[in-house]
Structure formats: C-alpha cells, structure tokens
Design a protein around this ligand. Sequence first.
Ligand code: MN
Length: 203
Amino acid sequence: MPTRRTDDTLATYRAKRNFAKTPEPKAARGRRRKEPRFVIQQHDATAMHYDFRLEAGGVLKSWAVPRGPSTNPRDKRLAMPTEDHPMAYGSFEGVIPKGQYGAGPVIVWDAGTYRNLTERNGEEVPMEEALRRGHAKFWLEGHKLRGGWALTRTPVGGTAREKWLLVKLKDDEADARRNPVSTQPESVVSGRTIADMRRGGPA
Ligand code: MN
C-alpha cells in the first residue's frame, strides 16, 4: 500500500500547520465551479520545487514537481503527491515562517483554468475518478502554460512513496525549445520572483 493517497482530505493539510503562525489560508472546502482551476506555485522550502495543483472535488489536488513543468513531450517530470489543499490556497503568495511546515517563500508561478480530457471508451472520466485510477489528461489555459498534459501514477513496490509523472501531450502547443521555468520565473500575480519574495516578503 502506498504511504500516502491522493484521495486525502484537508485533515492532513490542517494537521501540518499552525494557523496562528503561518500566513497560509485555513482549510475550507470550496464549491464546484464550471471552469475548474489549476495553479502552479514555486516554493523554495527544503528544496526548490513547483507545487502543481488541480481543482477536483472542491479541493486542490496537489503534487510537488522538483523540476517544474516542461513544454517538451519528451520530458517526464517527477511529481510527488502531497496533501490536498483548500481552494483559497491557489492565490497564496508569501513567506511561510521558519519552523513552520514548508518554511520558505511561495509565489504563484502560473494559474488559470483547465479542461478535463480524460476519456474511457469515448466517455469523459470525472477528474476525481481519473486521479483515483492514476491517470488524467487535461488542457491547461494559464498565463505561461497552454495545452495538454498528462499526470500518471507509476507502479511502486512495497512501502515506497507513490510517484507520478507530469508529461506534456503531443499537440500544437508542445514546444521543445521553450523553457518557461527558467525564462519566465516571475509570479503571474505580483510579477515578483521567488528571490524577491524571500528578500521582501509579500507585497
Ligand atoms: Mn511545496
């Protein structure tokens, strides 16, 4: 059995944080909207990573992607599942204080809406079910990222932590020459980089 499931609830999110000390939002389940949202937060915690979050079932399903997303379909980016986050987390930028879970600066690196592309026998598979089954395809409409991506759980043995891969689909938006993680480091909300956030805290 994997040690951590992606059908987590917000209980884990709450348990890890002291809301008297961290500026992160308290956990509340959101209402389902017509256009589901995605967000990618760059987070310089113990190690730099990009938190990739997709709205499903009123929460943000979450993965930590060490190298960030690629626009090249040949790149398989490791994505480690993390606890569900509340919808309000999608607009969070700031500095998580020292000593708190995930201490370090956070910026909204990209955000937007997505369209579920997951199908089975020609029928759309709801996103929550797709993620439970370990494979989802979706079209992102962000500021930096546009096009189809897939998230796929990889088989792991024993008690190893669950691992997923985030891969760009081969479509007209695929581009092996682009590298937005390095060429577009700024927040789509504030224009600040992770270094700016570390230096100055929230704007
Ligand atoms: Mn993180």
